[in-house]
Write a protein that binds this ligand. Structure first.
Ligand SMILES: [Zn+2]
Ligand SMILES: [Zn+2]
Length: 145
């Protein structure tokens, strides 16, 4: 992932401290508190004090790069990276281009698996292969030769 462009998309400059905080969050599957992030960063090299970590986290939340959750009965806020939207892709077998597709046809199916079969569904992957409109024309041209 290109961090510079990700930050730019959210109207932020990619400074070393911001990048480090973001990477720590990204590399952790579970949400982290500001104190924990601060400790992880400072184990490596001191790039930010705790108030800076808070400032960076607040900016991330404002720019919707990070989600803040406050757990009931715990006044500590937890932060996690906002993962990219769930999406499927069409992969062209000829030009290898990958086209993002709108929507997901499996949402309902997943729900049913949970409700009727008792599975706990954590996600799915689905790629569709074939020829893009551009390559389809070329392919048909070649075949009719
Ligand atoms: Zn193609
Ligand atoms: Zn899907």
């Amino acid at each position: 992932m290109e961090y510079r462009s990700l930050f730019r998309e959210h109207g932020m400059k990619c400074t070393p401290s911001r990048l480090r905080v973001y990477q720590v969050l990204e590399n952790n599957v579970s949400p982290l508190g500001a104190q924990e992030i601060y400790e992880i960063i400072n184990q490596e090299d001191h790039v930010a004090d705790l108030s800076t970590v808070y400032r960076i986290l607040n900016a991330f939340v404002q720019q919707e790069m990070v989600i803040r959750t406050v757990i009931d009965g715990d006044d500590r806020a937890l932060y996690e990276v906002k993962r990219h939207e769930h999406k499927h892709h069409f992969v062209c077998l000829r030009c290898k281009e990958v086209f993002p597709l709108a929507g997901c046809p499996l949402e309902r199916y997943e729900q049913n698996l949970g409700q009727e079969e008792g599975f706990v569904v954590e996600g799915h992957r689905l790629e569709i292969y074939g020829y893009c409109p551009n390559c389809k024309e070329k392919k048909e041209g070649e075949e009719s030769k």
